[in-house]
Design a protein. Structure first.
Length: 224
């Protein structure tokens, strides 16, 4: 098969690319990567030099692509499917790319310090960094609540790259920082989770949910 996606099923950024592939109906081979194994990690660094997942290997075109937004753009250009995730109209494309970056940088990345803190040993926790992360998320919620008013998807009425980024970000962050008081954003999250491509990525991740450092209350809100 021409396309290999090197991934871990629990990773939000891997979900982002999986959702795009499922939306486009593009055949690919998933290759699960265990970065905790030194030998596997060393080999993977030859594919993705920063050691981040996912990475796309295109054996037919002899190309390797990392960084999720660029992977999806590569797929849209070289393996276009039933739907275009980045509009061909330049102005609409800029809008999609903008909100893709918002969900990656101001939602998913803002959430990461909360997860990182839970992985630290007792005595090295950083409550201030966690509260700062929560404040950034609340700020993002306010922006998105206004942004999504009257819209079906992040960049309008067509599902796009921006929604591929939004789905995993909102799935995870709402567990730790609920969307209370943001009904428009909460309804958008529910539309995302009901989307077949998103539901499939979540279903495939379920066997790995026990690895996510969730509180008991958060785990109770995760799909079984």
């Amino acid at each position: 098969m021409a396309l290999e996606l090197h991934l871990h099923p629990l990773s939000s950024y891997c979900w982002k690319v999986l959702i795009a592939l499922y939306e486009q109906g593009t055949p690919f081979e998933p290759v699960t990567v265990n970065l905790g194994d030194a030998e596997i990690r060393a080999a993977y660094l030859q594919i993705s030099p920063f050691g981040k997942i996912p990475a796309l290997v295109d054996t037919e075109r002899d190309a390797t692509v990392f960084e999720t937004s660029i992977i999806i753009e590569y797929l849209d250009q070289n393996y276009p499917g039933a739907t275009r995730l980045i509009p061909q109209d330049p102005e609409r494309a800029l809008e999609v790319r903008l909100w893709d970056r918002v969900f990656d940088l101001h939602v998913m990345n803002a959430f990461q310090p909360i997860v990182d803190d839970r992985l630290r040993p007792e005595g090295r926790r950083d409550a201030l960094s966690v509260e700062m992360a929560r404040a950034k998320l609340r700020q993002a919620y306010e922006v998105l609540e206004r942004r999504l008013a009257g819209r079906t998807w992040a960049a309008g009425e067509a599902f796009s790259l921006a929604d591929c980024a939004a789905a995993p970000a909102l799935f995870y962050v709402a567990l730790a920082e609920p969307l209370d008081g943001h009904p428009t954003l909460a309804a958008y999250r529910q539309r995302l989770l009901a989307r077949p491509s998103v539901a499939r990525a979540i279903e495939e991740a379920k066997p790995f949910f026990h690895m996510f450092p969730a509180t008991e209350a958060e785990r109770a809100r995760m799909p079984g």
